[in-house]
Design a protein around this ligand. Structure first.
Ligand code: GLA
Length: 385
């Protein structure tokens, strides 16, 4: 749905013209999986699939949001934000409003039409995109009134993460909101999830990031995610460190036998994955796509064998992709248990890879894949209309 159509929807729903458009992208993570909540390293990129809100401020402290995806509407008063009984999607927006206000920011209400092109529930961070787009809508609504938000990108990401942790009740790390906030066209983002220091790394030319949605439900994801987090904390406790980030590969291999299984395997993944991210960043800087692809492959194998968060569908995509000439590497991306896998492939081989997945994946899994070519894109923002 393009901006003209969204403006028309707004005018139809609210009987006036919108004054701003706010947007925020989804993401894929290139490497560094399940490392963010261990204070470690990640390397995601924002993708060219957004959540967009067209809106106009209101003066009565109310937010009214109409969903162009679902056709329903939600509204809440800023001085009393309860959890939604209508569309559950609105909890991301409510959570952002609640957290911003609890952080002491004065908010301005708005009317908005929200539309998402980030596939929902498939591990491309549609929720982080709603959170960041809502935050941008509040910035836009406040900018024309007395209450500009004046947050920098990392601060905005932290608040959106808090909304997800404290209001929505999902115990995620910082990666998804951070990349949605700070992504840059043509760049991957190397993030130190402890200090929140970050660096942009140019994406190599001549290669494509192909995203394959397994179309498999992610039913176990939340409980398994929390269980993995707890296992990592236990490993850090036994090793006497604040977080697994503080354990080098050498120290870990020396002390590995102090940990019971499966804690040892979980920790092995995290410690080696952090090291892989550092090597992957160096490979990107050297334009060494072959090494980068190999590290992606190791990352997937470790998530499958040690961290235990892959699935037969994700493994099938990865195996099919790796059998196609011109594919440098393939891995699951995001939390796992269904969702999406990515492949890094020569531009000239994209059609070949797409055909191989379309042919082989249904045969192996009985499911239809959804395939997207994604390019590294700009993070969240807003502009006047
Ligand atoms: C989800 C979480 C992130 C991160 C990944 C796994 O996407 O929201 O914070 O933990 O899983 O790397």
């Amino acid at each position: 749905m393009d901006i003209t159509e969204l403006i028309a929807r707004f005018t139809h729903a609210f009987g006036r013209r919108p004054t701003f458009v706010a947007r925020a992208p989804g993401r894929v993570n290139l490497i560094g999986e399940h490392t963010d909540y261990n204070d470690g390293f990640v390397l995601p990129m924002a993708i060219d699939r957004d959540v967009t809100i067209v809106g106009a401020p209101r003066d009565d402290g109310v937010v009214r949001l109409h969903s162009a995806n679902f056709g329903d509407e939600t509204h809440f008063a800023l001085d009393h934000i309860a959890r939604a009984t209508d569309g559950a999607w609105s909890n991301y927006a409510r959570g952002v409003a609640d957290v911003l206000q609890r952080a002491g920011l004065a908010l301005h209400g708005f009317d908005g039409v929200i539309h998402g092109e980030v596939p929902i529930g498939s591990g491309l961070s549609s929720s982080a995109a709603i959170e960041m787009a809502t935050l941008m809508a509040f910035a836009a609504a406040g900018a024309v009134g007395p209450a500009p938000l004046n947050l920098d990108g990392p601060q905005a990401a932290r608040l959106a993460q808090r909304a997800e942790n404290e209001f929505v009740g999902v115990n995620c790390g910082i990666m998804d909101q951070f990349i949605s906030s700070l992504g840059k066209a043509g760049r991957a983002l190397f993030i130190d999830c402890r200090s929140l220091a970050y660096e942009f790394v140019p994406m190599p030319t001549g290669v494509t990031v192909l995203v394959v949605d397994t179309s498999a439900p992610r039913s176990l994801a939340a409980s398994a995610y929390n269980e993995r987090r707890a296992q990592c904390e236990q490993a850090a406790h036994v090793l006497g460190v604040r977080a697994l980030r503080d354990v080098s590969v050498e120290t870990f291999e020396r002390r590995r036998s102090e940990l019971p299984d499966p804690i040892a395997r979980r920790a092995a993944h995290v410690v080696h994955e952090n090291q892989r991210v550092l090597e992957a960043v160096a490979a990107l800087r050297a334009n060494d796509v072959a090494t980068f692809g190999r590290l992606m492959n190791h990352s997937h194998d470790s998530l499958r064998d040690l961290y235990g968060v892959s699935s037969k569908e994700l493994d099938a995509v990865v195996e099919i992709a790796r059998s196609v000439p011109g594919v440098y590497g393939a891995r699951m991306t995001g939390a796992g248990f269904g969702g999406c896998a990515i492949a890094l492939v020569d531009d000239a081989q994209v059609a070949e890879l797409t055909q191989a997945v379309e042919r082989e994946y249904p045969r192996r899994t009985g499911r239809e894949p959804k395939i997207y070519v994604c390019t590294a894109s700009e993070g969240a923002g807003w502009r006047s209309l």
